[in-house]
Design a protein around this ligand. Structure first.
Ligand code: GLV
Ligand code: MN
Ligand code: MN
Length: 399
């Protein structure tokens, strides 16, 4: 595939949801922008005479061949973004899936098994807080009643957001028949660090990771008249928690990030009443991850006692370690001429699906290593190489 050909389809999606101010993306699930992305996908699929199937969770699959009698080889990824995220995280896998089908057809390939290109809903968990929500619902990894009640930052529940978008929240939930149709899943994704030096690599594992909400409460009071000794300031305990998370992660060779915070009432001249912040923590092993989160919980609890503030730590979304199917991984790496094999600290729908079906991932090189930010980037040459590698992989698995 020529880089120009990759770029032609890539550019047709590029303006959707891009924010003028920083060039990042706001592609939040169950919004008009999300709907526009889905329409783009459906049109591209119909142009290719693929059959569109939608489950009750908003996940889409465009099928080449029918999965009724034989389960398929499914690729794809997601179209939602983190707030002000990059263009590649998610859409690269979807665009590459469509182009890989074009390539296979041009090669005259007649797959024995059907091939599907999937778009999973709310992979980033940036609106309703739970990462990989679409694939978790499909597989039954999250209870639909719990999902329906998840609320966004404005208090809009998933159920309300779906209703407003014309979808039926009562249809949310596990779908064993549609899961059966995914015989093998291969997600292509931009690599999200600088670990991949070849154009294309194959995933070995995903670090266990999760999100925890930290709630701090205190005594709201006047900034000018409250003596320093009399304060119960939740912002102080919060600040300590951010430093404690950073320290624990560095000491235990893990990653910890506090990237989101909400302060109430958020006034310059008032000690806050409460602070809520979200901790994202990841590590190579579950025991390290558990150790980091437990240590943060213990040390911040002690600090909150000194500060006379309240502190609670609540798990919102947890993903165990994923070791991708070794035989599948090695078969793909061999087919790609000995592509490098590497783990990642980023979460993916492939990680959720790997507990149910043989699953693999391909990575495309990221020259700067930046991701979840507007400057996330891969070259058209590498992306075109990714499409070729995905086509080779689908041919290997479906023929
Ligand atoms: C998803 O991209 C995540 O790793 O948070
Ligand atoms: Mn992604
Ligand atoms: Mn992401």
């Amino acid at each position: 595939m020529s880089p120009e050909r990759f770029a032609a389809l890539w550019r047709s999606l590029l303006p959707v949801g891009r924010v003028g101010r920083d060039g990042g993306y706001l592609r939040s699930p169950w919004t008009p922008t999300d709907e526009y992305c889905r329409e783009w996908f459906v049109e591209e699929a119909l142009d290719r005479e693929l059959e569109i199937d939608t489950d009750g969770n908003g996940n889409l699959v465009a099928w080449w061949g029918s999965p009724q009698n034989e389960s398929g080889v499914v690729t794809g990824s997601h179209l939602d973004s983190v707030p002000h995220g990059g263009a590649y995280d998610g859409p690269l896998g979807v665009v590459s899936g469509l182009l890989a089908i074009d390539l296979l057809r041009e090669r005259g390939v007649r797959p024995r098994r059907p091939i599907g290109v999937a778009v999973f809903t709310e992979e980033e968990g940036s609106r309703f807080g739970v990462a990989c929500l679409g694939s978790r619902l499909l597989t039954g990894a999250i209870d639909p009643a719990t999902a329906r009640d998840l609320a966004d930052r404005n208090g809009v529940t998933l159920a309300d957001a779906m209703s407003r978008a014309g979808a039926d929240p009562d249809a949310l939930g596990p779908d064993p028949e549609r899961l059966r149709r995914i015989g093998t899943f291969v997600e292509l994704h931009i690599e999200q660090g600088r670990a991949l030096t070849a154009p294309v690599g194959v995933a070995s594992a995903i670090w266990p990771h999760g999100r925890w909400r930290m709630d701090f409460t205190g005594q709201p009071n006047h900034a000018g008249t409250t003596a320093m000794a009399d304060r119960h300031d939740p912002m102080l305990t919060f600040a300590y928690a951010v430093l404690a998370a950073d320290k624990e992660a560095r000491e235990q060779d893990a990653h910890a990030t506090v990237g989101r915070v909400a302060v109430s009432p958020n006034a310059t001249n008032a000690i806050p009443a409460s602070v809520s912040a979200w901790l994202d923590a990841r590590a190579a092993s579950s025991s390290t991850l558990d150790g980091v989160v437990a240590a943060i919980g213990t040390t911040v609890t002690e600090r909150s006692k000194q500060d006379g503030t309240g502190f609670t730590l609540t798990a919102e979304s947890e993903s165990p370690v994923v070791e991708f199917n070794t035989a599948l991984r090695d078969r793909i790496a061999a087919r790609l001429g000995g592509a490098p094999v590497l783990p990642t600290g980023a979460g993916h729908d492939a990680g959720v699906l790997s507990a149910y079906v043989p699953t693999a991932m391909l990575f495309v090189r990221n020259p700067t290593g930046v991701s979840h930010a507007p400057s996330e980037y891969a070259t058209d040459v590498d992306c075109a190489a990714g499409v070729e590698a995905l086509a080779d992989t689908l041919e290997e698995l479906a023929c």
